[in-house]
Design a protein around this ligand. Structure first.
Ligand SMILES: Cc1cc2nc3c(=O)[nH]c(=O)nc-3n(C[C@H](O)[C@H](O)[C@H](O)COP(=O)(O)OP(=O)(O)OC[C@H]3O[C@@H](n4cnc5c(N)ncnc54)[C@H](O)[C@@H]3O)c2cc1C
Length: 460
Protein backbone atom coordinates (compact mmCIF):
# COMPACT_ATOMS: atom_id res chain seq x y z
CA UNK A 1 0.00 0.00 0.00
CA UNK A 2 1.35 3.46 -0.89
CA UNK A 3 0.65 6.51 1.24
CA UNK A 4 -1.95 7.82 -1.20
CA UNK A 5 -4.08 4.69 -0.61
CA UNK A 6 -4.43 5.33 3.10
CA UNK A 7 -8.08 6.05 3.88
CA UNK A 8 -9.00 7.74 7.11
CA UNK A 9 -12.46 8.40 8.39
CA UNK A 10 -13.50 11.57 10.16
CA UNK A 11 -16.70 13.27 11.18
CA UNK A 12 -15.82 16.53 9.46
CA UNK A 13 -13.25 17.35 6.76
CA UNK A 14 -12.76 21.10 6.38
CA UNK A 15 -11.20 22.10 3.06
CA UNK A 16 -9.27 25.34 3.53
CA UNK A 17 -7.71 26.77 6.67
CA UNK A 18 -8.75 30.44 6.38
CA UNK A 19 -10.99 32.24 8.89
CA UNK A 20 -14.07 30.40 7.63
CA UNK A 21 -12.35 27.02 7.75
CA UNK A 22 -10.58 27.34 11.09
CA UNK A 23 -13.63 28.87 12.81
CA UNK A 24 -15.73 25.96 11.56
CA UNK A 25 -13.09 23.39 12.55
CA UNK A 26 -12.60 24.79 16.06
CA UNK A 27 -16.35 24.88 16.70
CA UNK A 28 -16.79 21.34 15.33
CA UNK A 29 -14.06 20.13 17.68
CA UNK A 30 -15.65 21.95 20.64
CA UNK A 31 -18.89 20.15 19.84
CA UNK A 32 -17.18 16.77 19.97
CA UNK A 33 -16.76 16.09 16.24
CA UNK A 34 -13.52 14.56 14.98
CA UNK A 35 -12.28 17.18 12.57
CA UNK A 36 -9.39 17.59 10.12
CA UNK A 37 -8.51 20.66 8.10
CA UNK A 38 -6.90 20.18 4.70
CA UNK A 39 -5.01 23.28 3.65
CA UNK A 40 -2.85 23.73 0.59
CA UNK A 41 -0.25 25.56 2.70
CA UNK A 42 -0.59 23.21 5.76
CA UNK A 43 -1.32 26.19 7.95
CA UNK A 44 -4.27 27.98 9.47
CA UNK A 45 -5.00 31.62 8.66
CA UNK A 46 -5.73 31.60 4.93
CA UNK A 47 -5.72 34.70 2.77
CA UNK A 48 -6.73 36.81 5.77
CA UNK A 49 -3.63 36.09 7.81
CA UNK A 50 -1.00 35.57 5.12
CA UNK A 51 -2.03 37.80 2.23
CA UNK A 52 -4.98 39.92 3.29
CA UNK A 53 -6.41 41.56 6.40
CA UNK A 54 -3.45 41.19 8.74
CA UNK A 55 -0.40 42.07 6.61
CA UNK A 56 -2.32 44.93 4.99
CA UNK A 57 -3.30 46.34 8.38
CA UNK A 58 0.29 45.98 9.62
CA UNK A 59 1.48 48.03 6.65
CA UNK A 60 -1.34 50.53 7.11
CA UNK A 61 -0.18 50.98 10.69
CA UNK A 62 3.25 51.91 9.33
CA UNK A 63 1.57 54.36 6.95
CA UNK A 64 -0.47 55.82 9.84
CA UNK A 65 2.68 56.35 11.94
CA UNK A 66 4.32 58.14 9.00
CA UNK A 67 1.18 60.24 8.52
CA UNK A 68 1.00 61.17 12.21
CA UNK A 69 4.68 62.12 12.24
CA UNK A 70 4.09 64.36 9.24
CA UNK A 71 1.01 65.95 10.85
CA UNK A 72 2.92 66.56 14.08
CA UNK A 73 4.69 69.43 12.33
CA UNK A 74 1.41 71.35 12.72
CA UNK A 75 1.89 71.48 16.48
CA UNK A 76 5.60 72.05 16.45
CA UNK A 77 7.06 68.56 16.53
CA UNK A 78 9.36 67.73 13.65
CA UNK A 79 10.83 64.23 13.52
CA UNK A 80 12.73 65.04 10.33
CA UNK A 81 12.61 62.98 7.16
CA UNK A 82 11.72 59.34 7.87
CA UNK A 83 14.30 56.73 6.89
CA UNK A 84 12.57 53.51 5.93
CA UNK A 85 14.43 50.20 5.99
CA UNK A 86 12.43 47.59 4.16
CA UNK A 87 14.14 44.52 5.63
CA UNK A 88 13.17 45.24 9.25
CA UNK A 89 9.72 46.38 8.09
CA UNK A 90 9.12 43.11 6.23
CA UNK A 91 10.52 41.10 9.12
CA UNK A 92 8.25 42.85 11.62
CA UNK A 93 5.19 42.27 9.43
CA UNK A 94 5.98 38.65 8.59
CA UNK A 95 7.45 37.40 11.84
CA UNK A 96 6.23 39.59 14.68
CA UNK A 97 2.72 40.08 13.34
CA UNK A 98 1.74 37.33 10.90
CA UNK A 99 4.09 34.65 12.29
CA UNK A 100 2.98 35.23 15.87
CA UNK A 101 -0.71 34.96 14.97
CA UNK A 102 -0.05 31.86 12.84
CA UNK A 103 1.71 30.18 15.76
CA UNK A 104 -1.26 31.12 17.96
CA UNK A 105 -3.75 29.48 15.59
CA UNK A 106 -1.60 26.34 15.32
CA UNK A 107 -1.51 26.12 19.09
CA UNK A 108 -5.30 26.54 19.38
CA UNK A 109 -5.70 23.75 16.80
CA UNK A 110 -3.43 21.46 18.83
CA UNK A 111 -5.34 22.32 21.98
CA UNK A 112 -8.62 21.33 20.33
CA UNK A 113 -7.11 18.23 18.62
CA UNK A 114 -7.82 19.61 15.14
CA UNK A 115 -5.27 18.11 12.76
CA UNK A 116 -4.08 20.16 9.79
CA UNK A 117 -3.22 18.09 6.73
CA UNK A 118 -1.06 19.73 4.05
CA UNK A 119 -2.12 19.44 0.42
CA UNK A 120 -4.84 20.20 -2.08
CA UNK A 121 -8.17 18.50 -1.51
CA UNK A 122 -10.09 17.13 -4.48
CA UNK A 123 -13.56 15.64 -3.98
CA UNK A 124 -13.93 12.15 -5.45
CA UNK A 125 -17.50 11.57 -4.35
CA UNK A 126 -20.09 12.97 -2.01
CA UNK A 127 -18.51 11.31 1.08
CA UNK A 128 -14.85 11.24 0.12
CA UNK A 129 -11.90 13.29 -1.07
CA UNK A 130 -8.24 12.78 -1.85
CA UNK A 131 -5.43 14.99 -0.73
CA UNK A 132 -2.78 15.72 -3.34
CA UNK A 133 0.64 17.05 -2.46
CA UNK A 134 2.87 16.62 0.56
CA UNK A 135 0.62 14.36 2.61
CA UNK A 136 -1.32 12.30 0.04
CA UNK A 137 -4.21 10.37 1.49
CA UNK A 138 -7.87 9.68 1.09
CA UNK A 139 -10.37 10.96 3.59
CA UNK A 140 -13.89 9.69 4.10
CA UNK A 141 -16.14 12.08 5.93
CA UNK A 142 -19.66 12.35 7.29
CA UNK A 143 -19.58 16.04 6.44
CA UNK A 144 -17.21 18.24 4.45
CA UNK A 145 -17.01 22.02 4.67
CA UNK A 146 -15.70 23.81 1.60
CA UNK A 147 -13.82 26.90 2.83
CA UNK A 148 -11.43 27.41 -0.06
CA UNK A 149 -11.76 31.20 -0.14
CA UNK A 150 -10.87 33.40 -3.07
CA UNK A 151 -7.91 34.71 -5.04
CA UNK A 152 -7.12 37.98 -6.85
CA UNK A 153 -8.85 38.44 -10.22
CA UNK A 154 -6.54 39.23 -13.12
CA UNK A 155 -7.12 42.31 -15.25
CA UNK A 156 -9.45 41.17 -18.05
CA UNK A 157 -7.73 41.08 -21.45
CA UNK A 158 -4.21 41.57 -20.09
CA UNK A 159 -1.81 38.69 -20.68
CA UNK A 160 1.41 40.42 -19.62
CA UNK A 161 3.53 38.55 -17.11
CA UNK A 162 6.13 40.75 -15.52
CA UNK A 163 7.84 41.08 -12.16
CA UNK A 164 6.69 44.65 -12.17
CA UNK A 165 3.06 43.58 -12.33
CA UNK A 166 1.74 42.79 -8.84
CA UNK A 167 -1.46 41.49 -7.36
CA UNK A 168 -2.30 42.31 -3.73
CA UNK A 169 -0.37 39.27 -2.48
CA UNK A 170 2.83 40.41 -4.21
CA UNK A 171 2.32 44.03 -3.16
CA UNK A 172 2.06 43.01 0.51
CA UNK A 173 5.59 41.60 0.27
CA UNK A 174 6.81 45.16 -0.41
CA UNK A 175 9.49 44.05 -2.90
CA UNK A 176 10.63 47.69 -3.08
CA UNK A 177 9.16 51.19 -2.98
CA UNK A 178 8.62 51.94 -6.66
CA UNK A 179 9.12 55.56 -7.65
CA UNK A 180 6.03 55.44 -9.88
CA UNK A 181 3.21 53.06 -8.95
CA UNK A 182 0.04 52.55 -10.92
CA UNK A 183 -2.86 51.12 -8.89
CA UNK A 184 -5.61 49.66 -11.04
CA UNK A 185 -8.87 49.56 -9.08
CA UNK A 186 -10.45 52.06 -6.70
CA UNK A 187 -11.95 49.48 -4.35
CA UNK A 188 -10.80 48.97 -0.78
CA UNK A 189 -7.73 46.88 -1.60
CA UNK A 190 -6.42 49.36 -4.20
CA UNK A 191 -6.99 52.29 -1.85
CA UNK A 192 -5.46 50.64 1.21
CA UNK A 193 -2.35 49.49 -0.63
CA UNK A 194 -2.15 52.73 -2.63
CA UNK A 195 -2.01 54.63 0.67
CA UNK A 196 0.65 52.29 2.05
CA UNK A 197 2.93 52.84 -0.94
CA UNK A 198 2.22 56.59 -1.03
CA UNK A 199 3.24 56.82 2.64
CA UNK A 200 6.41 54.84 1.94
CA UNK A 201 7.30 57.33 -0.78
CA UNK A 202 5.85 56.11 -4.09
CA UNK A 203 4.21 58.51 -6.48
CA UNK A 204 0.83 56.80 -6.83
CA UNK A 205 -1.52 57.05 -9.79
CA UNK A 206 -4.85 55.34 -9.21
CA UNK A 207 -7.14 54.46 -12.07
CA UNK A 208 -10.77 53.39 -11.70
CA UNK A 209 -13.10 52.39 -14.51
CA UNK A 210 -16.22 53.68 -12.74
CA UNK A 211 -16.98 57.30 -11.88
CA UNK A 212 -16.15 57.12 -8.18
CA UNK A 213 -13.88 55.48 -5.63
CA UNK A 214 -15.33 52.69 -3.48
CA UNK A 215 -18.24 52.06 -5.81
CA UNK A 216 -21.45 51.31 -3.93
CA UNK A 217 -20.36 53.02 -0.70
CA UNK A 218 -22.27 56.09 0.60
CA UNK A 219 -20.80 59.19 -1.12
CA UNK A 220 -20.90 61.25 2.12
CA UNK A 221 -18.51 58.74 3.63
CA UNK A 222 -16.27 58.46 0.59
CA UNK A 223 -15.79 62.21 0.12
CA UNK A 224 -13.31 62.84 2.98
CA UNK A 225 -11.25 59.86 1.81
CA UNK A 226 -11.24 61.18 -1.76
CA UNK A 227 -10.01 64.56 -0.50
CA UNK A 228 -7.13 62.94 1.37
CA UNK A 229 -6.19 60.69 -1.55
CA UNK A 230 -6.20 63.73 -3.84
CA UNK A 231 -3.53 65.20 -1.58
CA UNK A 232 -1.40 62.08 -1.16
CA UNK A 233 -1.69 60.44 -4.60
CA UNK A 234 -0.14 61.95 -7.71
CA UNK A 235 -3.42 61.53 -9.53
CA UNK A 236 -6.76 59.74 -9.44
CA UNK A 237 -8.21 58.91 -12.81
CA UNK A 238 -11.91 58.06 -12.67
CA UNK A 239 -14.02 56.73 -15.55
CA UNK A 240 -10.78 55.55 -17.11
CA UNK A 241 -10.07 52.16 -18.58
CA UNK A 242 -6.62 50.63 -18.75
CA UNK A 243 -6.35 49.90 -22.45
CA UNK A 244 -3.13 47.88 -22.32
CA UNK A 245 0.04 47.12 -20.39
CA UNK A 246 3.40 46.65 -22.13
CA UNK A 247 6.80 45.87 -20.65
CA UNK A 248 9.41 48.42 -21.76
CA UNK A 249 13.05 48.75 -20.68
CA UNK A 250 12.16 51.61 -18.31
CA UNK A 251 9.01 50.13 -16.79
CA UNK A 252 5.47 49.11 -17.68
CA UNK A 253 3.81 51.32 -20.23
CA UNK A 254 0.10 51.63 -19.50
CA UNK A 255 -2.65 52.94 -21.73
CA UNK A 256 -4.93 55.02 -19.49
CA UNK A 257 -7.85 56.04 -21.64
CA UNK A 258 -6.31 58.13 -24.43
CA UNK A 259 -2.97 58.63 -22.69
CA UNK A 260 0.09 56.48 -22.18
CA UNK A 261 2.28 56.60 -19.06
CA UNK A 262 5.15 54.51 -17.73
CA UNK A 263 5.34 53.02 -14.23
CA UNK A 264 7.96 51.14 -12.24
CA UNK A 265 5.31 48.83 -10.86
CA UNK A 266 1.63 48.19 -11.44
CA UNK A 267 -0.74 46.83 -8.81
CA UNK A 268 -3.85 45.13 -10.14
CA UNK A 269 -6.63 45.26 -7.52
CA UNK A 270 -9.77 44.67 -9.54
CA UNK A 271 -11.53 42.23 -7.23
CA UNK A 272 -11.36 38.62 -6.13
CA UNK A 273 -12.85 35.42 -7.43
CA UNK A 274 -13.90 32.27 -5.61
CA UNK A 275 -11.73 29.14 -5.46
CA UNK A 276 -14.39 26.70 -6.58
CA UNK A 277 -12.66 25.18 -9.59
CA UNK A 278 -10.29 22.20 -9.62
CA UNK A 279 -11.89 21.01 -6.39
CA UNK A 280 -13.74 18.07 -7.89
CA UNK A 281 -17.10 19.54 -6.92
CA UNK A 282 -18.63 17.91 -9.99
CA UNK A 283 -18.14 14.58 -8.21
CA UNK A 284 -20.64 15.85 -5.62
CA UNK A 285 -24.11 17.35 -5.90
CA UNK A 286 -22.86 20.82 -4.95
CA UNK A 287 -24.19 23.58 -7.21
CA UNK A 288 -21.90 26.40 -8.32
CA UNK A 289 -23.49 29.61 -9.66
CA UNK A 290 -22.51 31.66 -12.72
CA UNK A 291 -19.89 33.71 -10.91
CA UNK A 292 -18.28 30.62 -9.43
CA UNK A 293 -19.79 30.93 -5.95
CA UNK A 294 -20.94 27.75 -4.20
CA UNK A 295 -24.68 27.95 -3.53
CA UNK A 296 -25.69 27.51 0.11
CA UNK A 297 -28.63 28.04 2.41
CA UNK A 298 -28.64 30.05 5.64
CA UNK A 299 -26.97 27.20 7.51
CA UNK A 300 -24.18 26.71 4.95
CA UNK A 301 -25.67 23.56 3.42
CA UNK A 302 -25.07 23.03 -0.31
CA UNK A 303 -27.30 21.00 -2.62
CA UNK A 304 -25.30 17.97 -1.45
CA UNK A 305 -26.47 16.87 2.02
CA UNK A 306 -22.91 15.90 3.04
CA UNK A 307 -21.16 19.03 1.80
CA UNK A 308 -21.36 22.47 3.37
CA UNK A 309 -19.58 25.70 2.45
CA UNK A 310 -18.55 28.93 4.17
CA UNK A 311 -16.60 32.11 3.49
CA UNK A 312 -15.51 33.84 0.30
CA UNK A 313 -16.26 30.80 -1.86
CA UNK A 314 -19.96 31.32 -1.04
CA UNK A 315 -20.27 34.93 -2.20
CA UNK A 316 -20.30 38.56 -1.14
CA UNK A 317 -19.45 40.29 1.03
CA UNK A 318 -16.06 38.57 0.91
CA UNK A 319 -14.96 39.52 4.42
CA UNK A 320 -13.17 37.58 7.11
CA UNK A 321 -15.72 38.26 9.88
CA UNK A 322 -18.56 36.99 7.70
CA UNK A 323 -16.54 33.84 6.99
CA UNK A 324 -15.90 33.33 10.72
CA UNK A 325 -19.55 33.70 11.65
CA UNK A 326 -20.58 31.35 8.84
CA UNK A 327 -17.97 28.84 10.02
CA UNK A 328 -19.40 28.75 13.53
CA UNK A 329 -23.00 28.55 12.29
CA UNK A 330 -22.23 25.67 9.94
CA UNK A 331 -20.32 23.73 12.59
CA UNK A 332 -23.31 24.08 14.91
CA UNK A 333 -25.74 23.08 12.16
CA UNK A 334 -23.66 19.94 11.48
CA UNK A 335 -23.74 19.14 15.20
CA UNK A 336 -27.53 19.34 15.08
CA UNK A 337 -27.98 22.73 16.72
CA UNK A 338 -30.63 25.17 15.45
CA UNK A 339 -28.09 27.75 14.24
CA UNK A 340 -28.49 29.87 11.10
CA UNK A 341 -26.68 32.81 9.55
CA UNK A 342 -29.51 35.18 10.34
CA UNK A 343 -27.45 38.26 11.10
CA UNK A 344 -29.05 41.52 10.04
CA UNK A 345 -25.75 43.23 9.29
CA UNK A 346 -22.27 42.38 8.14
CA UNK A 347 -20.35 45.56 8.95
CA UNK A 348 -17.61 46.64 6.55
CA UNK A 349 -14.49 48.72 7.08
CA UNK A 350 -12.04 50.28 4.67
CA UNK A 351 -8.87 50.77 6.73
CA UNK A 352 -7.63 53.79 4.83
CA UNK A 353 -6.88 57.21 6.29
CA UNK A 354 -9.54 58.28 7.08
CA UNK A 355 -11.23 54.94 7.76
CA UNK A 356 -14.63 54.35 6.22
CA UNK A 357 -17.08 51.99 7.94
CA UNK A 358 -20.72 51.18 7.57
CA UNK A 359 -23.40 48.67 8.42
CA UNK A 360 -27.04 48.08 7.62
CA UNK A 361 -29.15 50.17 5.29
CA UNK A 362 -27.60 52.96 3.20
CA UNK A 363 -29.40 56.02 1.85
CA UNK A 364 -29.06 54.73 -1.70
CA UNK A 365 -30.57 51.36 -0.77
CA UNK A 366 -33.43 53.09 1.07
CA UNK A 367 -34.09 55.26 -1.97
CA UNK A 368 -33.99 52.28 -4.35
CA UNK A 369 -36.44 50.41 -2.12
CA UNK A 370 -38.71 53.47 -1.78
CA UNK A 371 -38.27 53.27 1.97
CA UNK A 372 -38.64 56.45 4.02
CA UNK A 373 -35.79 57.11 6.43
CA UNK A 374 -34.69 59.92 8.70
CA UNK A 375 -31.02 60.78 8.29
CA UNK A 376 -28.92 62.27 11.08
CA UNK A 377 -25.42 63.54 10.39
CA UNK A 378 -22.87 64.67 12.91
CA UNK A 379 -19.81 66.44 11.52
CA UNK A 380 -16.67 65.77 13.50
CA UNK A 381 -15.75 69.45 13.29
CA UNK A 382 -18.00 69.74 16.36
CA UNK A 383 -16.32 66.86 18.24
CA UNK A 384 -13.92 67.76 21.04
CA UNK A 385 -12.00 64.51 20.61
CA UNK A 386 -11.63 65.00 16.87
CA UNK A 387 -10.26 68.50 17.56
CA UNK A 388 -7.65 67.14 19.97
CA UNK A 389 -6.58 64.68 17.28
CA UNK A 390 -6.43 67.40 14.65
CA UNK A 391 -8.98 65.45 12.63
CA UNK A 392 -12.15 67.40 11.95
CA UNK A 393 -12.69 65.63 8.63
CA UNK A 394 -14.95 62.88 9.98
CA UNK A 395 -18.67 62.30 9.79
CA UNK A 396 -21.07 60.01 11.65
CA UNK A 397 -24.35 59.25 10.01
CA UNK A 398 -27.44 57.38 11.18
CA UNK A 399 -30.40 56.15 9.18
CA UNK A 400 -33.48 55.73 11.31
CA UNK A 401 -36.98 54.43 10.72
CA UNK A 402 -39.25 57.53 10.91
CA UNK A 403 -42.13 55.43 12.29
CA UNK A 404 -40.48 53.95 15.34
CA UNK A 405 -37.01 55.49 15.67
CA UNK A 406 -35.24 52.19 15.03
CA UNK A 407 -31.63 52.48 13.83
CA UNK A 408 -31.48 50.92 10.36
CA UNK A 409 -28.02 51.88 9.19
CA UNK A 410 -24.84 53.56 10.40
CA UNK A 411 -21.99 55.08 8.41
CA UNK A 412 -18.81 56.58 9.80
CA UNK A 413 -15.77 58.16 8.18
CA UNK A 414 -12.78 59.28 10.21
CA UNK A 415 -9.86 57.83 12.12
CA UNK A 416 -11.00 54.89 14.22
CA UNK A 417 -14.24 54.42 12.25
CA UNK A 418 -13.40 50.71 12.04
CA UNK A 419 -13.66 50.41 15.83
CA UNK A 420 -16.62 52.77 16.21
CA UNK A 421 -18.80 50.85 13.77
CA UNK A 422 -19.10 48.04 16.34
CA UNK A 423 -21.58 50.21 18.27
CA UNK A 424 -23.52 50.79 15.06
CA UNK A 425 -23.60 47.05 14.30
CA UNK A 426 -24.80 46.33 17.83
CA UNK A 427 -27.55 48.94 17.44
CA UNK A 428 -28.82 47.71 14.07
CA UNK A 429 -28.50 44.00 14.90
CA UNK A 430 -30.46 44.44 18.12
CA UNK A 431 -33.09 46.85 16.79
CA UNK A 432 -32.02 49.64 19.13
CA UNK A 433 -33.67 53.03 18.82
CA UNK A 434 -31.87 56.30 18.13
CA UNK A 435 -33.06 57.22 21.61
CA UNK A 436 -31.08 54.31 23.07
CA UNK A 437 -27.89 55.71 21.55
CA UNK A 438 -28.76 59.23 22.66
CA UNK A 439 -29.50 58.26 26.27
CA UNK A 440 -26.47 56.02 26.74
CA UNK A 441 -23.67 57.89 28.46
CA UNK A 442 -20.65 57.90 26.16
CA UNK A 443 -17.27 58.74 27.67
CA UNK A 444 -15.98 62.22 27.03
CA UNK A 445 -14.04 63.22 25.08
CA UNK A 446 -14.24 60.32 22.63
CA UNK A 447 -15.16 59.82 19.02
CA UNK A 448 -17.89 57.44 20.19
CA UNK A 449 -19.80 60.50 21.36
CA UNK A 450 -20.44 61.30 17.70
CA UNK A 451 -22.92 58.39 17.58
CA UNK A 452 -24.73 59.78 20.60
CA UNK A 453 -24.65 63.31 19.18
CA UNK A 454 -25.99 62.16 15.81
CA UNK A 455 -28.83 60.34 17.60
CA UNK A 456 -29.58 63.41 19.74
CA UNK A 457 -30.25 65.50 16.64
CA UNK A 458 -33.20 63.21 15.92
CA UNK A 459 -34.75 63.74 19.31
CA UNK A 460 -34.93 67.53 19.13
C1 LIG B 1 -5.28 42.69 0.64
C2 LIG B 1 -6.51 42.17 1.33
C3 LIG B 1 -6.97 42.80 2.47
C4 LIG B 1 -8.09 42.33 3.12
N1 LIG B 1 -8.51 42.99 4.23
C5 LIG B 1 -9.60 42.56 4.89
C6 LIG B 1 -10.03 43.19 6.07
O1 LIG B 1 -9.41 44.16 6.52
N2 LIG B 1 -11.13 42.71 6.70
C7 LIG B 1 -11.83 41.64 6.22
O2 LIG B 1 -12.81 41.24 6.83
N3 LIG B 1 -11.43 41.00 5.10
C8 LIG B 1 -10.34 41.43 4.43
N4 LIG B 1 -9.92 40.75 3.32
C9 LIG B 1 -10.71 39.61 2.85
C10 LIG B 1 -10.40 38.35 3.68
O3 LIG B 1 -9.02 38.05 3.55
C11 LIG B 1 -11.25 37.20 3.20
O4 LIG B 1 -12.60 37.57 3.23
C12 LIG B 1 -11.07 35.97 4.09
O5 LIG B 1 -9.72 35.56 4.11
C13 LIG B 1 -11.95 34.83 3.59
O6 LIG B 1 -11.77 33.72 4.40
P1 LIG B 1 -12.06 32.25 3.86
O7 LIG B 1 -11.93 31.36 5.05
O8 LIG B 1 -13.31 32.21 3.09
O9 LIG B 1 -10.90 31.92 2.81
P2 LIG B 1 -9.36 32.22 2.71
O10 LIG B 1 -8.87 33.08 3.78
O11 LIG B 1 -9.13 32.62 1.30
O12 LIG B 1 -8.70 30.78 2.97
C14 LIG B 1 -8.87 29.74 2.07
C15 LIG B 1 -7.79 28.70 2.32
O13 LIG B 1 -8.10 27.54 1.55
C16 LIG B 1 -6.93 27.03 0.96
N5 LIG B 1 -7.34 26.24 -0.20
C17 LIG B 1 -7.94 26.69 -1.35
N6 LIG B 1 -8.23 25.63 -2.15
C18 LIG B 1 -7.83 24.52 -1.50
C19 LIG B 1 -7.87 23.11 -1.79
N7 LIG B 1 -8.40 22.64 -2.91
N8 LIG B 1 -7.36 22.26 -0.88
C20 LIG B 1 -6.82 22.70 0.28
N9 LIG B 1 -6.77 24.00 0.61
C21 LIG B 1 -7.27 24.89 -0.26
C22 LIG B 1 -6.12 28.28 0.64
O14 LIG B 1 -4.76 27.96 0.48
C23 LIG B 1 -6.39 29.14 1.88
O15 LIG B 1 -5.46 28.85 2.89
C24 LIG B 1 -8.78 41.19 2.64
C25 LIG B 1 -8.31 40.53 1.51
C26 LIG B 1 -7.19 41.00 0.86
C27 LIG B 1 -6.69 40.28 -0.36
Amino acid sequence: MVMGDLVREVDVAVVGGGPGGYSAAFRCAELGLETVVIDAGKRLGGACLFEGCIPSKALLHVAAVLGEAERAKEFGVDFGEPRISLDPLRKWKSERVVGKLARGLASVARGKSVEVVGGRAVFEETRGLRVEGDEPQKIRFKHAIVATGSRPSPLPGVTLTSERLMDSTAALEVPDVPARLLVIGGGYIGLELGQVYAALGSEVTLVEMLDGLLPGVDRDLVQPLVRRCERTFKSIRLSTRVTGLRERPGGIEAGLGDEVATFDRVLVAVGRRPNSEALGLDATRVRVGDRGFVEIDARGRTADPHVWAVGDVTGEPMLAHRAMRQGKVTAEAIAGKPSAFDNVVVPAVVFTDPEVAWCGLTERQAEAAGRAVKVAKFQWAASGRAATLGRADGLTKLLVDPENGRVLGVGIVGPGAGELIAEGALAVENALLAEDLALTIHTHPTLSETLMEAAETLLQ
